[in-house]
Write a protein of this length. Structure first.
Length: 282
């Protein structure tokens, strides 16, 4: 079997088109969906990511307000900005770009965001709704993974899903979303005794580890669906996923490439959350 390579760029473009249309409808009612982006310090990767978000937002009829703060910003200054954005009626969504420079308490900042504007879906209230299977803001990369499964008409209900990685940002929310969609979910991590055996049993494999090609192609069951969230840069500057792509593609039914698979979905889902926030709030 040679797998379908899931084109995340195309699905993300389609989603951004849907978001642009919803945003336009809101604009016609006098509501301009607005995302506030807070970038602290000068981490080059974060700056590139923020620029990508800003460009995609403009193309999707979402207004962006950039707030660039120096690396020397104190916790109190950052929290004061979040407080101002919480109270600003124009702002629908607040995104604080992570990671924050050393010395700043990320969790305290996330907790200070108004849950109604938590378009990153990382506030404990949003995560609580997700755990309860109730509607709320869903973290963007996990949301993007579920949309990719929908696009390929994956049978999720009843499927055996194995998620490798248990971060609050990716692994745990994906596991919850899959369980909410009636998959039978196993969450693996660095202490899992026999990772190969767990992966071999899976109809759906989600890799969110951050270790290049840790998931070997031979572990993938025939006909499985593989979503590779990992982004790893080799010393030569090449991007590799967490899954051994070429060998896995010989066995899988469908697989996301890296780059061009899960990655492009994140920003599209952030914009979808922002337009959703605007529609709910106003
Ligand atoms: P993270 O917080 O470092 O979590 C990594 C997880 O992988 C942890 O749960 C860890 O287990 C597990 N792990 C590490 N080594 C393992 C091993 N040998 N066997 C099994 N599990 C192992 O990373 P993250 O933020 O979730 O990100 C994961 C990857 O996704 C990274 O490559 C990141 O760049 C990428 N990412 C991509 C996007 C996107 O596409 N837009 C967004 C976010 C993240 P323990 O819990 O036991 O330590």
């Amino acid at each position: 079997m040679t797998a379908l390579s899931i084109d995340g760029k195309a699905v993300a473009a389609k989603l951004r088109g849907e978001v642009a249309a919803s945003a336009l409808t809101l604009r016609e009612r006098g509501v301009a969906p607005t995302l506030a982006v807070v970038l602290v310090g000068d981490d080059p990767a974060s700056a590139v990511y923020v620029r990508g978000k800003t460009k995609a937002a403009r193309e999707s009829n979402v207004d962006v307000r950039d707030h660039k703060l120096p690396a020397t910003t104190s916790q109190a200054e950052l929290m004061a900005l979040v407080d101002t954005l919480n109270r600003d009626p124009i702002v629908d969504g607040i995104l604080v770009q992570l990671p924050l420079p050393k010395g700043l308490d990320e969790q305290a900042v996330i907790r200070s965001i108004d849950p109604a504007k938590d378009v990153d879906g990382l506030h404990p209230i949003s995560l609580g709704y997700l755990a309860g299977g109730k509607p709320g803001f869903v973290p963007c990369t996990p949301k993007g993974c579920m949309r990719l499964l929908k696009e390929i008409d994956a049978q999720v209900a009843g499927a055996r899903a194995v998620v490798v990685g248990r971060s609050v940002l990716v692994g745990k929310p994906i596991a919850l979303l899959l369980a909410n969609a009636n998959a039978t979910v196993t969450m693996c991590h660095s202490k899992t005794r026999d990772l190969a055996a767990e992966v071999k049993r899976a109809d759906i494999v989600v890799a969110a580890i951050g270790r290049p090609e840790l998931i070997r192609g031979e572990w993938i069951a025939d006909g499985a669906i593989v979503l590779d969230v990992g982004i790893n840069r080799t010393p030569e500057g090449k991007l590799l996923g967490d899954v051994e792509f070429a060998a896995a593609a010989q066995r899988a039914k469908a697989i996301t490439p890296v780059p061009g698979g899960v990655g492009p979905m994140t920003i599209a889902c952030l914009l979808e959350n922002t337009v959703e926030a605007a529609a709910r709030r106003r």
